[in-house]
Design a binder for this molecule. Structure first.
Ligand SMILES: Nc1nc2c(c(=O)[nH]1)N[C@H]1C(S)=C(S)[C@@H](COP(=O)(O)O)O[C@H]1N2
Ligand SMILES: [Mo]
Length: 300
């Protein structure tokens, strides 16, 4: 049986979309859902049909480049992504600036086909390439006192026209509990469809946490800080009534201004029906245990 998630690519591999689609046809009928390497978790018998490159790279949220869905594709080309450093600091044994190439040389890049659900109640399926965040954190050596991970997006006002407006308190920041960050589903994505991740999707590396609303998946990360207290997050700071720290996809907890019970599938066409939102975006078997005993309506 072919498990799609076990397909590993080296950082240099380039798979044109046509080849990718071809390969997908070859393994049609195989279990293409998700299993977790080494964890003994079963693969789910489900085929996720990824959205097109076009959908994924032209319908974006990246407010540093403007608030319209088409703004990032137009404006993010001016973002300089080479050279790129990620500062890893706080409660780690080896704090410092880690170069992107130095990181990639030590990471195993895999293909992960994940559902992606925005808090705005639309969804896509994206074939990411990336590596587990846990592996990157291991490079820096997480200390025993660490309980949370804070992330920061690059802020270059001259390259990011949206940052002239106080839509959010720049730079964009996000955070995870340490166990969420170390979960094998949590990746740093560096590609889509086997190509380098486009600037509008968060080049050269962005977080992807598939069971949480899209805004947790912070783009173009330049800083990762291990802390012992819950870090601030941009959307929570902007509107704490509407956006919590956890932001797990949950059909039963509505946004104050709209229902989260259903979602619009991007690329489904004008008249495509909405579909039911899945608890934890369909990853409940893998992640529900992280929230055992928590009231998810209070910890939204
Ligand atoms: N730095 C930064 N990261 C961000 C955002 C943003 O505006 N700035 N938008 C978030 C939101 S709301 C979503 S839905 C996803 C969108 O990712 P995509 O454009 O790759 O689909 O990125 C998230 N990460
Ligand atoms: Mo979003």
């Amino acid at each position: 049986m072919a498990y799609r998630w076990t397909n590993t690519l080296s950082a240099q591999d380039v798979t044109p979309e046509a080849v990718f689609l071809n390969r997908r046809q070859l393994i049609a009928g195989a279990v293409a859902g998700l299993g977790l390497a080494g964890t003994g978790m079963p693969a789910r018998a489900e085929t996720l049909e990824p959205n097109s490159w076009e959908d994924i790279t032209t319908y974006n949220n990246y407010y540093e480049f403007g608030t319209d869905k088409g703004d990032p594709a137009r404006n993010a080309r001016m973002l300089t992504t080479k050279p790129w450093n990620v500062t890893i600091d706080g409660l780690v044994d080896r704090p410092g600036d880690y170069g992107f190439d130095e990181i990639m040389a030590q990471m195993t890049v895999e293909e992960r086909i994940y559902r992606f659900r925005c808090v705005e109640a639309w969804s896509m399926v994206v074939p990411w390439n990336g590596f587990e965040l846990a592996d990157l954190l291991a490079l820096a050596g997480v200390q025993s006192g660490a309980r949370y991970v804070a992330f920061e997006t690059v802020l270059r006002r001259e390259e990011m026209p949206g940052t002239r407006y106080p839509v959010l308190d720049w730079p964009y920041v996000e955070g995870l509990r340490l166990d969420e960050a170390l979960h094998p589903l949590t990746i740093m994505a560096t590609g889509i469809y086997g190509r380098d991740i486009p600037n509008q999707n968060g080049a050269p590396l962005r977080l992807v946490v598939p069971w949480k609303y899209g805004f947790k998946s912070i783009k173009s990360v330049v800083r990762i800080t291990l802390t012992d207290t819950e870090p601030p997050t941009s959307w929570n700071r902007a509107n704490p009534r509407e956006y919590g720290f956890y932001s797990n996809v949950n059909p039963e907890v509505d946004h104050p201004r709209w229902s989260q019970a259903t979602e619009r599938v991007i690329g489904g066409g004008l008249f495509s029906p909405r579909r039911p939102t899945l608890m934890f975006n369909g990853y409940g078997d893998e992640v529900a245990g992280l929230y055992q005993g928590m009231d998810l309506a209070k910890n939204f």
